[in-house]
Design a protein around this ligand. Structure first.
Ligand code: FNR
Length: 377
């Protein structure tokens, strides 16, 4: 018989040759059906944004600094009054059960073990309450009083009452920050979920097709999907609907950054959605400096898209980000070795960041500055 071999089951022990996030990425393909792998990895269009997301980091070189006293050094930092162990968070990624049967439960346990904040997607394949419970249970098992802060990512629903319900459920389950994703209401996708994976938080809610074009001659303009897409008014409404800090995810323009501040946003994630929505977008690292200038320190800016090394984290912080998020690497690690894989992947990234901080003489994230970078382009 010919054809693609069946996906390999997740590993139960971590082999010695998995030593970087790229190692996990290379290995992950074997652990997923080809169409799932393509869905996770794909960039929009010709993949130019996807490639640029990596190149943006490679353009900068680090300037090491020696002989700094590193006693008491820490990666710890605060965001929205909450302590975070490192400026690295797990980005919201839909449907973790595509990668592993335990899905978000495994990711949440791993994130808790590594004291890392997970941003849970509206489109999680396990209910948001159960994910929070898994994080709390993992904290108890580890002898900790509480898990790291959990954040919830919101996709506004066509019906505002359902959006409000989602927010209230997240608040009741103990989520402490709301991430409002604004860049993905209309995008192309040919991927069909397998029958045993669904959007667990949205069961019973009316849904619109996630594809940009609809039957009946309409392409994008005039479709119900675009009509239901969020606007600045949605952000103003959100501000009245919750007391949680609101972080707007998916801005790349300094004008939008200013506008978000004016509408009461508490933070921004500078992101091009991992190059998945539109090809040819400005890479977030290129967009960051002008956005930092535009918000004048009034709110923190975070960054994602393409972060794969501890040195990438350092570069983003040197250009003014307060923290970064990683998307695909958590799916790779989950597919390869479930909870253990995600925990190991986070450990690798944290260790790489600490090494980079030692070499640049930065004893705290706030010490990482522009002078630690040389533009190598
Ligand atoms: C995403 N992303 C995403 N973002 C979001 O706000 N809500 C979501 O449900 C999802 N779902 C999702 C699924 C998959 C398979 C991917 C790869 C990405 C985007 C994600 O939060 C993040 O912006 C990017 O993944 C960051 O880029 P890297 O780290 O994957 O390069």
């Amino acid at each position: 018989m010919t054809g693609t071999p069946a996906p390999q089951p997740p590993l139960t022990a971590i082999p010695g040759d998995l030593q970087s996030l790229s190692d996990y990425e290379r290995r992950a393909e074997r652990h997923m059906p080809p169409e799932t792998w393509h869905h996770i990895q794909a960039g929009a269009g010709a993949g130019t944004s996807l490639a640029a997301n990596r190149m943006q980091f490679d353009r900068y070189r680090l300037v090491p600094r020696m002989l700094t006293d590193m006693q008491g050094a820490t990666t710890g930092m605060e965001l929205f009054g909450l302590r975070h162990a490192a400026p690295i968070l797990l980005a919201p990624v839909a449907y973790h059960r595509l990668a592993h049967p335990q899905g978000e439960l495994a990711t949440a346990s791993a994130a808790t073990a590594l004291d890392t904040t997970m941003v849970v997607s509206t489109l999680s394949s396990i209910p948001l309450e159960d994910i929070a419970q898994a994080a709390r249970a993992a904290a108890v098992e580890l002898g900790r009083t509480a898990p790291p802060p959990l954040w919830f990512q919101l996709y506004v629903q066509p019906d505002r009452a359902y959006t409000a319900e989602l927010i209230h459920r997240a608040e009741a389950a103990g989520y402490q920050v709301l991430v409002f994703t604004v860049d993905a209401s209309v995008k192309r996708s040919d991927f069909t979920l397998p029958p045993d994976v669904d959007a667990a938080n949205l069961r019973g809610m009316p849904r619109l097709s996630q594809n940009a074009s609809a039957a009946g001659g309409q392409i994008v303009f005039g479709t119900p999907l675009l009509d239901a897409a969020p606007t600045w008014e949605s952000l103003a409404w959100l501000r009245t609907a919750t007391k949680l800090p609101i972080v707007v995810k998916g801005l790349l323009s300094p004008h939008d950054a200013k506008r978000a501040v004016e509408h009461g946003a508490d933070g921004i994630i500078v992101s091009n959605h991992g190059g998945r929505v539109l090809d040819g977008l400005i890479p977030p690292l290129d967009a960051l400096p002008a956005m930092v200038e535009a918000v004048e320190d009034r709110i923190p800016l975070l960054l994602d898209s393409g972060v794969r090394h501890g040195t990438d984290v350092l570069k983003a912080l040197a250009l003014g980000a307060r923290a970064v998020l990683i998307g695909r690497p958590q799916v790779h690690a989950l597919a390869v070795a479930g909870m253990q894989g995600v925990a190991h992947m986070l450990h690798i990234l944290r260790a790489e960041l600490e090494l980079a901080m030692v070499q640049t003489g930065c004893a705290r994230p706030a010490a990482i500055q522009r002078h630690h970078l040389a533009d190598g382009s």
